[in-house]
Design a protein around this ligand. Structure first.
Ligand SMILES: *Cc1c(COP(=O)(O)O)cnc(C)c1O
Length: 404
């Protein structure tokens, strides 16, 4: 049988056999990649329409990022923050400038950036705002995704993410996403922050109503509450702007960044804010052994430089319009609704037709890799280096899957 000659089936079996089943991956086994394309162990090529959940905004192995990583590997990889290394100041300064903020605090994963934001907001609340000790609260949104730590899942509204992981961290109030009145009503004298994704990625690229984010900004300013924007997935070019908040001219008090900041090479996350906020942290109050390490900084400096040219934001905006046109053509032909911002799309497939999982399995057979978010919703987030022809290919394969 030809199957016996292929390496994929046994590699899929072993991956299942020896791993906790906290993921349900598509049965493909990737061994190399370049740009927007992945190759599996049997030599089959796939167009990457997930881009590592937007960690690969610049594509696989972008030459400038790989060169920076190689050069740094040959010089210095880790010092810990006990000493200062020669990549650190450049990274912090250039990222702060990109964000238009005074200060940067580097961490590793997105969840750590969120945890950092929560800790800073609480300390700011007690020390600057004068909130009653132990009573700080943070307003968050239904359908949120901010990571997987015990504190973060405490305010998740996704039962899979939350159930049986308690006792839960108190101090969070959940309100419907996109409802400014509900958010305003939830703020009290002990509220230190509003924590939101400007577009909810895991929820299916849910874009809030126009005026919502500026409204949140206004209310936060009026009520002396920090606006924390989780741009870990939406930021760094994905939506056609540097930050998703830019679409509505909104500047949050704190940006939470991750995913693409590491160039698809190393985990790099960061919090960016002004000195009146991040300045509340003093030595010993927060940290990370690997946060801001030389390799991470060397790669992330080049990421920031790629973004500083504006080229990737422009590509995302322009190519996103092509993606939108293609996908909107499929509404009523298997798609119920599409939501597109830049090269980021949430597609609701007619549930009578197939689940998101089934659609992704069939797309994989046709050489396109995407991932369902839940139910019949799938997300497309190709690397921003994708070409017009490749977008057309992805849309054509989706059309074929929906009409087969
Ligand atoms: C992925 C993600 C996180 C968590 O990032 P990890 O690196 O997986 O910890 C947090 N917030 C948002 C919006 C994300 O998309």
């Amino acid at each position: 049988m030809i199957e016996d000659m292929l390496r994929t089936p046994s590699a899929v079996r072993d991956a299942e056999k020896y791993t906790a089943h906290n993921y349900h991956p598509l049965p493909v086994v990737i061994s190399s990649a370049e740009g927007a394309w992945l190759t599996d162990v049997d030599g089959k090529r796939y167009l990457d329409c997930l881009a590592g959940y937007s960690a690969l905004n610049f594509g696989h192995r972008h030459p400038q990022l790989i060169a920076a990583a190689h050069a740094q590997l040959d010089r210095l990889t880790l010092t810990s923050r006990a000493f200062i290394h020669d990549q650190f100041a450049d990274f912090c300064r250039e990222l702060a400038e990109l964000c238009g903020k005074d200060l940067v605090l580097p961490m590793n994963t997105g969840a750590e950036a969120v945890e950092t934001g929560i800790k800073v907001a609480r300390k700011w609340g007690y020390q600057v705002k004068g909130v009653t000790p132990g009573q700080a609260n943070i307003v968050v949104a239904e359908g949120n995704f901010h990571g997987r730590t015990t504190t973060i899942v405490s305010f998740s509204t996704d039962e899979d993410a939350r159930a049986d992981f308690g006792p839960y961290t108190p101090g969070f109030t959940v309100v419907p996403y996109g409802d400014l009145d509900a958010l305003t009503a939830a703020i009290d004298e002990n509220t230190v922050a509003v924590l939101l994704e400007p577009i909810q990625g895991e929820q299916g690229v849910v874009v809030p109503p126009e005026g919502y984010l500026p409204g949140v900004r206004r209310v936060c300013t009026e009520r002396d509450v920090l606006f924390i924007a989780d741009e870990i997935q939406s930021g760094l070019g994905r939506t056609g702007r540097t930050f998703a908040c830019d679409h509505e001219g909104v500047v949050p008090d704190m940006y939470l960044l991750g995913k693409a900041l590491g160039g698809g090479i190393v985990p790099v996350s960061a919090v960016a804010a002004n000195a009146d906020v991040l300045g509340v942290l003093k030595p010993g109050q927060h940290g990370s052994t690997f946060g801001g390490n030389p390799l991470a900084c060397a790669v992330a400096i080049e990421v920031v430089r790629l973004l500083a040219t504006g080229e990737f934001q422009r590509r995302s905006a322009e190519l996103g319009e092509r993606l939108r046109a293609g996908l909107e053509g499929l509404v009523g032909k298997g798609l119920v609704e599409v939501r597109v911002r830049g090269l980021w799309a949430g597609l609701d497939i007619d549930p009578a037709l197939m689940s998101g999982r089934e659609a992704c399995e069939r797309l994989a057979e046709r050489g396109v890799l995407a991932k369902d978010t839940h139910g019949s919703t799938i997300r497309l987030a190709p690397p921003l280096v994708i070409t017009e022809e490749e977008i057309d290919l992805a849309v054509a394969q989706l059309a074929a899957v929906l009409t087969a």
